[in-house]
Ligand binder design. Structure first.
Ligand code: GLU
Length: 303
């Protein structure tokens, strides 16, 4: 497979939409990103890596971190987590409060903000340091000790985090947060504010392509749990447009408002595309276009 040619073609497919959409601005530190920026990288299950464009430029991973937090919480604590968070698409924006009241503080899925706050709370209880658990995992899977939290982005999120604070307090009122709300928020903002590049994320997503095995061959998750995370990524990983993403790209994936999308091809590898311009629901238009082209032209598919 000529991965370099496929990635170049995907970059060309994304080019017409670059600059057409604006970066997220509800977190002021993210608004400064260049809407023309684009990078893409893939990592095979054997660790072969290819990239194009600004694939070595770190960006704010934002909600892509939610998938690592979930995997680690399941690895440390097992499936009891599923009593506190559901597995259904929400049909609402990622930061919506609407369902929480009628559903007794149990978030619809681990990839909306409310669900990720519960996952972060669980990971904090299990490890004592949710933020470090995610950063350390990324460093270990990628061999890149430079991966770290962007303190300016974390501070910007905290300074404009009223909605996340509201979600967290609301769930605490139902007994679905076990740690102090401020601690949960701090760890959540921190792991969302990790700066990593396309190569890093493609490598770090490898455990889901290897059916639960880490880069060093040790087991993080059972094959069954890896399958389940991929399934929930397909149905819930790309905000309130997971159906459209499944239609266009056809892969389990997680997007973030930093413009990154990490997609998994079980048995083959992981591919990450990044461009900061977002559509109305929060998915990167450039990354989605590139991934769509890549899956249309390669045999990296689950269908
Ligand atoms: N930290 C961001 C927030 O809580 C994550 C949003 C996202 O990437 O979906 O709003």
């Amino acid at each position: 497979m000529d991965y370099e040619a496929l990635l170049e073609h995907a970059r060309a497919a994304a080019r017409p939409v670059l600059g057409r959409a604006a970066p997220a601005d509800y977190i002021p530190a993210l608004a400064r990103a260049d809407p023309q920026a684009f990078g893409m990288a893939l990592a095979t299950v054997d660790g072969e890596v290819h990239g194009v464009g600004q694939w070595r430029t770190p960006f704010s991973v934002q909600s892509v971190s939610k998938l690592f937090a979930l995997a680690l919480a399941l690895a440390h604590g097992g499936t009891a987590l599923w009593r506190r968070v559901g597995r259904e698409p929400s049909g609402n924006p990622f930061n919506s409060l609407i369902q929480l009241e009628s559903e007794q503080g149990i978030p619809r899925n681990p990839f909306i903000n409310a669900g990720a706050l519960v996952v972060t709370d669980a990971l904090l209880s299990l490890t004592g340091d949710a933020r470090a658990a995610v950063v350390d995992f990324l460093r270990e899977e990628t061999g890149n000790p430079g991966i770290s939290i962007d303190a300016a982005v974390a501070a910007s999120e905290a300074g404009h985090g009223h909605r996340n604070a509201a979600l967290a307090h609301f769930m605490a009122s139902f007994g679905n947060l076990h740690n102090p709300v401020d601690d949960v928020l701090e760890h959540y903002f921190a792991h969302c504010s990790i700066a990593a590049d396309c190569r890093d994320l493609a490598l770090a997503g490898g455990f889901l392509a290897r059916h639960g095995l880490r880069a060093d061959g040790s087991r993080l998750l059972s094959r069954s749990d890896a399958k389940r995370i991929n399934a929930v990524l397909l149905t819930c990983g790309t905000y309130d447009a997971a159906g459209e993403f499944a239609y266009r790209v056809g892969l389990p994936g997680k997007s973030g408002v930093g413009g990154g999308i990490l997609a998994i091809v079980p048995g083959r590898g992981a591919v990450c595309a990044w461009s900061p311009g977002l559509d109305a629901v929060g998915n990167s238009v450039g990354a989605t276009a590139a991934l769509e082209d890549f899956t249309e032209r390669s045999d990296w598919s689950v269908f």
